[in-house]
Ligand binder design. Structure first.
Ligand code: TRP
Length: 351
């Protein structure tokens, strides 16, 4: 008791990759002992962009298994599925009464995704007009607009203090604080704490992709999944983008090759990294060797996860137990907060 409450979630839109692992999952694992942790799968959020009834449940299941395989321990942390907590959608409706459509429309992630849904390419084009539009076939769903409300509720309903998320989620966290403050001050209460990002100290981890571009991401087809098998993983690494190789000693490293070094730094030992850095500097490097080494070192991280994943996935009974216990714990707090919010807002029963 008395530990700070930490909460974070991952959208159920596919398997987790090495970027998710170093950016989030491995940190969650380290936090379990020191904080009162809740980690969940945001399946309702997934519906805002990819409603696919054939895929949704599988996606949720994959992520739970990946959470557990990577070392999240249901004895220590509360692991649950968002849609198992009906208090969340109810509070989402209530909180929306205090959220402005303007502030939601100005959110960067909304503008981005709305542009995609409308098929607008240029950044400069004014999307507000397009959103109101006239063509009923082209629409931006209201769930996408209110995505930040739902995320705020995930956090506020558990009264979380710390929310470990990446840079791309900072704005959502800022909105969460604003909504909490607004609710508290409108009703003259102190219901919701204002959550902050979790500061791990040091530079943020950057996990680059294999295609020479920026970071590893599900949508970019440049990533290594935690559950890739040996063959697939080796093939992906061997096909990673490089260049024609250094021609002068001490030459600057190109971006795609630097990405491979960054991945090596994450997964390998300092000696190995130094070996290849030196080989680059004196032009003796062979990218084939570097890639073979990189594949081996990545496999050392991912294979044990893959093996546990396979075991857990096959054990429906265990999974069911974990998810049920998580839902119960999550609902216990959520229903308390919801009850308080309803009372504060003046919702009372006649019977
Ligand atoms: N929006 C987050 C993402 O895309 C996922 C998320 C949903 C979340 N609800 C949350 C993260 C609450 C932290 C806390 O990654």
């Amino acid at each position: 008791m008395g530990k700070e409450i930490v909460l974070s979630g991952i959208r159920a839109t596919g398997n987790l990759h090495l970027g998710n692992y170093y950016g989030a999952l491995s940190k969650f694992v380290r936090m379990q002992d020191d904080y009162d942790c809740l980690f969940f799968i945001a399946d309702l959020h997934a519906l805002t962009t990819s409603p696919d009834p054939k895929q949704l449940h599988e996606n949720v299941k994959n992520i739970i298994c990946e959470y557990l395989a990577a070392g999240l321990d249901p004895e220590k942390a509360t692991i649950f599925v968002q849609s198992d907590v009906p208090e969340i959608p109810e509070l989402y409706l209530l909180l929306n009464m205090h959220v402005g459509i303007g502030e939601l429309m100005r959110t960067a992630s909304f503008k981005d995704k709305a542009r995609k849904q409308l098929g607008i390419k240029s950044e400069s084009e004014d999307i507000e007009k397009e959103i109101i539009g006239t063509d009923s076939n082209k629409r931006v769903n209201a769930g996408l607009l209110t995505y930040p409300t739902l995320m705020a509720v995930d956090i506020l309903i558990q009264k979380a203090h710390k929310v470990p998320v990446g840079k791309d989620q900072e704005q959502h966290l800022e909105l969460t604080r604003r909504f909490a403050r607004r609710f508290n001050s409108f009703y003259g209460v102190d219901l919701f704490p204002e959550p902050t990002n979790f500061d791990f100290g040091g530079a943020p981890v950057k996990v680059p992709g294999l295609d020479g571009s920026g970071k590893m991401g599900k949508s970019e087809g440049n990533c290594i999944y935690l559950i890739d098998d040996e063959k697939v993983l080796r093939k992906k690494v061997m096909r990673a983008t490089t260049d024609t190789g250094p021609t002068e000693p001490g030459q600057a490293v190109s971006a795609p090759v630097e990405n491979l070094f960054t991945l090596l730094e994450l997964t390998s030992t300092p000696e190995v990294v130094k070996h290849y850095r030196d080989a680059y500097a004196d032009c003796s490097i062979r990218y084939g060797d570097l890639k073979k080494q990189l594949a081996e070192d990545i496999l050392k991280v991912t294979l044990p996860i893959r093996e546990r994943y396979m075991e857990i996935r096959g054990d429906e009974e265990y999974l069911g137990r974990v998810v049920k216990a998580g839902a119960e714990k999550a609902r216990e707090r959520a229903s308390k907060t919801l009850k308080e919010a309803r009372e504060i807002m003046g919702i009372r029963k006649f019977y």
